[in-house]
Design a protein around this ligand. Structure first.
Ligand code: UDP
Length: 474
């Protein structure tokens, strides 16, 4: 690829079709664009509105390119273009199959637009080869921090779960700095089983394509996970650039509009928060995938009520029949239930918010760290149990609610009493105060990391741009 040094750099982004990928990659595209790079995002028609905030008043323009998602071809309902709308776990297989069929349309776009680099989600392992066909380097975006990447790689390489006698016996993760202990229960089945399946083959392809790619962009900042950033680079041998937290770079009006399109009601929630004292509100939200059954939701309601704390609780359903009798009336003024989706960044950054009950998705975790908010950790699946360890054992800005078992979608059961206890631990008393102080320091570090001219993420971003500019595909 011949390029003049003064030509505007063009980066194409290919986020996985899940909010946990589209949101940070949209933020990332915004960061590139604000620093003079031409950014384009490839997505499907149903997902395109997720990026509508990028057409806002901001000086940077981000181009949205759409490709058809082959629902009918794999037997998915029409419009099912996002993990959130997959009707049942057994439909995940056809959904993933459909994502592999995006390869040909992506290649057409690469041929037409000839970007200087493709940043594609790890779940598109074929993207490295597709880009290479046009001599375009590919960077991988995992959507998690370096700690979880290192922990899961050490578990995969050294298989410590094979040497314990029960599912609940704790064992340290070998070679991982920090003596981190986990149990077999927090690992997904496919890791523990020796059987080769479509899924294990897909995971292998993801790893191979990562090794063959130009490197990995991480939405995190170096100072937050220094030891693991170094381990990932120097011991596990991946080229990495820590360029986050990208959400910190968003402007206020963008923060309100970011996320699921058409769901924002920031006026009402901000008015409600403005009426509360600093650090008196708990925000409860479990991201865009994790779910709970009605009995568990009732326990959450009981725990919130018994804790006596003010709360905002995001519930991703519309029926209310399962709520404990009279709950909404009793909680008037005390708690706000947001049905469906909330402007999370604005909420976490509001001074009234003093705690966050989270499923430990990496975006939510990093957004809380950046806002200086201590957490009650309630991991469910993916790499969330590693993120819990990071928050509670290493950063010491959170307490576990007591979830013990990795489950694909519906969270492990926790009693209202355990929720109440964990909430009180992060909201009141000396322990809470110490966690809040640590969290505030980390938030200051996060802001400093993206700041011009010396912030670590600001500098790593500049180094990445330089690397892309000077890189020539063999
Ligand atoms: N989010 C939001 N409002 C909601 C739920 C989620 O804005 O009501 C955003 C949240 O700020 C984060 C993303 O959705 O950026 C969720 O990503 P995360 O990695 O935390 O969890 P996932 O959805 O991938 O499990």
């Amino acid at each position: 690829m011949e390029e003049k040094m003064d030509e505007k750099l063009h980066i194409m982004f290919l986020p996985f079709l899940a909010f946990g990928h589209m949101i940070p990659m949209g933020d990332m595209a915004r960061v590139f664009s604000a620093r003079g790079v031409r950014a384009s995002i490839v997505t499907t028609p149903v997902n395109a509105p997720t990026f509508s905030w990028t057409e806002s008043e901001s000086e940077s323009e981000i181009e949205i390119l759409t490709v058809k998602f082959p629902c009918a071809e794999v037997g998915l309902p029409e419009g099912c273009e996002n993990t959130e709308s997959v009707p049942s776990p057994d439909m995940l297989h056809p959904f993933f199959k459909a994502t592999t069929m995006l390869q040909a349309p992506l290649e057409e776009l690469l041929l037409k637009h000839r970007p200087h680099c493709l940043i594609a989600a790890s779940f598109f392992p074929w993207a490295t080869q597709s880009a290479a066909k046009f001599k375009i380097p590919r960077l991988v975006f995992h959507g998690t921090g370096a700690f979880a990447l290192c922990a899961s790689e050490c578990v995969r390489l050294y298989k410590p779960y094979k040497n314990v006698s029960s599912d609940s016996e704790p064992f340290p993760i070998p070679h991982l700095p920090g003596e981190i202990k986990i149990t077999r229960m927090v690992l997904p089945e496919y890791i523990k089983s020796d059987a080769e399946t479509d899924f294990t083959r897909a995971m292998e392809a993801i790893r191979d394509s990562e090794v063959a790619s130009l490197g990995v962009v991480v939405n995190s900042f170096y100072e937050l996970e220094e030891v693991y950033a170094d381990y990932y680079k120097e011991v596990l041998g991946r080229n990495t650039w820590h360029i986050g937290p990208v959400s910190v770079c968003m402007r206020k009006q963008e923060k309100g509009r970011r996320g699921k399109a058409g769901w924002m009601d920031e006026g009402e929630v901000l008015k409600w928060l403005n009426s509360k004292e600093p650090n008196t509100v708990v925000y409860v939200c479990f991201g865009s995938v994790a779910n709970f059954n009605e009995t568990q939701l009732q326990e959450i309601a009981k725990g919130l009520e018994a804790s006596g704390q003010h709360f905002i609780w995001v519930v991703r359903r519309s029926d209310r029949g399962w709520l404990p009798e009279g709950f909404e009336t009793r909680m008037k003024g005390k708690g706000l239930i947001m049905w469906g989706w909330a402007p999370q960044l604005l909420i976490l950054q509001h001074q009234a918010v003093g705690g966050f009950v989270t499923h430990c998705g990496w975006n939510s975790t990093l957004e809380a760290i950046s806002a200086g908010v201590p957490m009650v950790t309630w991991p469910v699946s993916a790499e969330q149990f590693y993120n819990e360890k990071f928050v509670t054992d290493l950063l010491q800005i959170g307490v576990p609610v007591g979830a013990k078992q990795w489950v694909r979608v519906f969270g492990d059961s926790v009693t209202g009493h355990a929720i109440e206890k964990a909430l009180n631990r992060i909201m009141t008393g000396e322990e809470a105060e110490a966690m809040r102080n640590r969290a505030h320091k980390l938030a200051q570090m996060a802001t400093a990391a993206v700041q011009q001219p010396k912030g670590s993420s600001y500098c790593q971003f500049a180094a990445l741009i330089q690397h892309i500019r000077s890189y020539r595909m063999p």
